[in-house]
Write a protein that binds this ligand. Structure first.
Ligand code: EPU
Length: 407
């Protein structure tokens, strides 16, 4: 099964394209809800957007202006924060509704504001909006107090149209930070060090045409791999960068799955019953927080007691109550879920509370006895491209039913 382009790369590359004065063509863009929302925002800003299909998106910022970004669109996702730095860099002002995103604990934007302020912007958060101004952004030293993927990418975007050199310290090293840097460089920018904890950006006054292919979605890959491991299945996930999946491969191996891999594919054969393991989420190259919830579903059926510790997000355990409805024995203490594996999960009506909770409940439903009915599928659609079709092609019995047809 081939994975789609990475959601969290796409929602950064789309605003990054606005930094250019000419057309930018993105390929392998996933057809997901957050991308559709972003393209709607771009349209409102005056950019010309064409999506001829096949994952291609053409963005021409020729008629772009710094107009207020409506709150109802900005709050549908977290990644709307990137527009602040991009619009500031191009027009000296930005007015964006406060970003929203999954409800997984408090998600401040202080490090984003710190980066923009260091470059000379004044930023005001008032009445559900963020307004920023700067006559001219100037290169600066930006030390991030927290390793933040969003703030690292945001600082790169803002710095690339600033005057002079910006040095970002304690930067996040996720593969999509590198992907964004690659696009900025293809447009004529100067970013070095992306993928390490110090990123240097030399500002550029003009940026040009570029074509760029979005990196594969390692979280979608991880979700499919966990579904295989949880069901005793045999799945080959293709079109991945296997190096990006090392922590997931290691944990699935410890949990008893047999994993075979080459540079761009991974095959997972699930065990009859998984073994208990200890998991701790960490910034890349550690175990990704975005794969934590599906991993919990896998471990719900493991032989023995597992622990899953979430160190990135404050409250990313809302799937646990639903898993309990399916017979899982899980207790959350602070930031750790203690999972006493049960031999069998049983299908039940469950409700997704956020994107990866939805994915976790799909994985649990596939491995459970009987039928699971998942409500809140719109969360799944924000970040996965027709996951149910992909799973059905892999042999899962899964179908989308209209709300009225539900039992
Ligand atoms: N943080 C702050 N202040 C900031 C920024 C972040 O305190 O100004 C904290 C956060 O509250 C969190 C930690 O720093 O505790 C790390 O947050 P980060 O900034 O790295 O995350 P994010 O930008 O909010 C992105 C992804 C998330 C993913 C995280 C971590 C997007 C749109 N979202 O969020 O993706 O979990 O990085 O990798 O890129 C998902 O796809 O399901 C998802 C939630």
């Amino acid at each position: 099964m081939r994975v789609s382009g990475r959601k969290n790369a796409a929602v950064a590359l789309i605003p990054a394209a606005l930094l250019s004065d000419e057309e930018v063509v993105l390929e392998n863009v996933p057809e997901i809800g957050d991308v559709a929302t972003y393209l709607e925002i771009l349209d409102g800003l005056g950019a010309e957007v064409a999506s001829p299909g096949g994952g291609v998106v053409r963005i021409s910022p020729r008629r772009l202006g710094s107009r207020p970004v409506p709150e109802h669109l900005a709050k549908q996702m977290r990644a709307s924060y990137y527009l602040l730095g991009v619009l500031l860099g191009r027009f000296g002002e930005a007015d964006v509704g406060l970003p929203g995103g999954c409800d997984i604990g408090s998600r401040p934007i202080d490090q984003h504001v710190k980066a923009l302020a260091a470059m000379g912007a004044t930023v005001e958060i008032k009445n559900g909006r963020v307004r920023a101004r700067a006559e001219r952004l100037r290169g600066a030293r930006v030390y991030l107090d927290i390793v933040s993927v969003g703030a690292t990418i945001h600082a790169i975007l803002a710095a690339s149209r600033a005057e002079g050199l910006t040095v970002i310290e304690n930067a996040a090293k996720e593969p999509h930070v590198v992907d964004v840097a690659n696009l900025v460089n293809a447009m004529g920018g100067h970013v070095v060090g992306a993928g390490t904890d110090v990123v240097k950006v030399q500002g550029t006054a003009r940026m040009g045409r570029a074509e760029h292919v979005v990196i594969p979605d390692e979280i979608e890959a991880a979700t499919l791999m966990m579904a295989a491991a949880a069901t005793g299945g045999d799945v080959r996930v293709e079109g991945v960068v296997t190096k990006h999946l090392e922590s997931v491969i290691a944990k699935l191996g410890e949990a008893g799955a047999s994993v075979e891999a080459d540079a761009d594919w991974v095959r997972v054969v699930g065990p009859e019953r998984p073994r208990a393991v200890q998991v701790k989420t960490l910034p890349y190259p550690g175990f990704p927080t975005d794969a934590q919830q599906p991993m919990t579903s896998l471990l719900a059926r493991a032989d023995g007691t597992s622990t899953v510790t979430e160190t990135i997000h404050e409250a990313r355990f809302r799937h646990v109550d639903e898993l309990r409805r399916m017979g899982a024995r899980i207790r959350v203490e602070g930031r750790t879920a203690l999972i006493e594996g049960v031999a069998e999960l049983t299908g039940a009506p469950v409700q997704a509370s956020d994107l990866r909770a939805a994915a976790a409940l799909v994985v649990a439903g596939l491995s459970a006895q009987g039928t699971t009915e998942l409500a809140g599928v719109e969360y799944l659609d924000r970040g996965y491209e027709r996951l149910e079709d992909k799973l059905a092609r892999l042999g899962a019995r899964i179908a989308r039913v209209p709300a009225t047809a539900r039992t």
